[in-house]
Design a protein around this ligand. Structure first.
Ligand code: MLT
Length: 405
């Protein structure tokens, strides 16, 4: 008799964004006349920029000719893309990362879910609370995390690092030393950022204790403040303790195209083994590479025109973030994030729970947010709004929130 992986039994409910999508579908079915504005999932709405579209067309044409057709991509990604990444995302920031430390993938979600595979099943993990659910769920699926404690809404074996208003929604060093530490800055969901000194402390802590930091930099393009590192490798010694994950989704609108990369430095050795070698082994065994045409589109992101165009997209979403933040604050809401991140972290009014406020917002204003408690127990009493909508919808959603609640 076939038995399932029993760790999957420990997963709670369905994936957060699937639950929300289901609720919204039910609402729209019951209220077909209502125009629902979705500021829930962080999915982009602007189309791909002209330079990227041109690169895609050119690459498609190449696939039509024997001389230029491409089959399987190289394991770690095409060198044209890895070199462009190194040049633009690292050399320009003074970080010495080389192309053979870059692993191109189909996005940061998969990388952040898969990276745990190269670590022992008994490794302890530390996550921010609230947190992007993929970090926790992928470790639960792998058999880490112990038991689910329903009263505390957390797993016994996971070290939660509360991110509360008092500490600017950033994590404090944990009481016990974890093997793996997941950090995301700019943060999903709170929109908080870790400054240079703060991140250096984490790097020093990981190096002193032999931990590995999984640094999710998916939202780095949204950083506007000075002194906020775009990459963990801007910190001294990070190449000895950190893996960094990047996405092309949020900066260049690739949520539907799929492209990302992981950086696993050669200097990162644990248990006598190079993690670069180990990830290369895993990557080449289980993955056949992002499509050639998508990697060409990724290369175009780094062209001068591509950079100018994607800057325009990020500025557009930043303007939405500013609009949400300023106007909700003016209306008396308690709001944070949104300055260096496309997420606004909103305190629910009148002590409503996150899900109560989600339902209230949907029924009164027909606006979809993401309940903070879906990201972890310390997200209770908050709701996340995304700046990835159109400007018109963002303005309308905020006006409805201010005037209808
Ligand atoms: C989110 O809304 O948190 C993100 O869009 C999810 C993701 O990037 O996978």
């Amino acid at each position: 008799m076939v038995k399932i992986n029993s760790s999957y039994r420990k997963l709670q409910g369905s994936y957060l964004f699937s639950t929300i999508a289901k609720k919204v579908t039910e609402f729209t079915k019951a209220n077909p006349d209502k125009k629902v504005i979705r500021l829930g999932i962080g999915d982009v709405t602007l189309p791909l920029s002209p330079t990227i579209i041109k690169a895609l067309h050119n690459a498609v044409d190449e696939m039509a000719h024997k001389e230029t057709f491409k089959g399987y991509a190289p394991d770690r990604g095409y060198s044209f893309l890895r070199e462009a990444i190194v040049e633009n995302d690292y050399k320009k920031r003074g970080c010495s990362i080389s192309p053979d430390e870059i692993f191109v993938s189909d996005g940061a979600k998969c990388d952040s879910g898969n990276i745990q595979e190269i670590f022992d099943v008994n490794s302890t993990i530390a996550v921010c609370d609230p947190v992007y659910p993929v970090y926790v769920d992928s470790n639960i699926m792998a058999g880490r995390g112990g038991d689910y404690l329903a009263d505390k809404e957390c797993y016994s074996g996971i070290i939660y690092m509360p991110c509360k208003k008092e500490n600017g929604f950033t994590p404090m060093l944990p009481d016990r030393v974890p093997d793996l530490i997941y950090l995301c800055s700019p943060n999903n969901p709170t929109g908080a950022v870790i400054d240079r000194n703060g991140l250096q402390k984490w790097v020093d802590y990981a190096n002193e204790n032999g931990s590995v930091i999984i640094f999710d930099a998916a939202y780095e393009a949204y950083i506007r403040s000075e002194n906020i590192p775009h990459s963990i490798y801007e910190c001294d010694g990070a190449e000895k303790c950190a893996i960094e994950l990047h996405s092309f989704s949020k900066n260049a609108g690739f949520t539907g195209l799929r492209l990302g990369y992981a950086v696993v430095p050669k200097a990162l050795v644990r248990d006598g083994v190079s993690l670069n070698d180990l990830w290369a082994r895993r990557h080449s065994t289980k993955y056949n590479g992002a499509p050639y045409i998508v990697q060409r589109a990724g290369e175009a992101v780094y062209s001068a025109e591509g950079q100018r165009e994607i800057r325009g997209m990020v500025d557009y979403y930043n303007k939405n973030a500013d609009y949400i933040k300023t106007n909700l604050e003016k209306a008396g809401f308690s709001v944070s994030g949104g300055t260096d991140a496309p997420y606004i972290w909103l305190k629910t009014p009148d002590n409503m729970s996150s899900w109560e406020f989600f339902d209230y917002l949907l029924s009164k204003a027909n606006v979809v947010g993401t309940p903070g408690s879906g990201f972890g127990p310390h997200g209770e009493g908050y709701l996340r709004l995304t700046a990835f909508g159109s400007y018109e919808n963002t303005v309308e959603a905020v006006d409805r929130i201010v005037n209808r609640l």
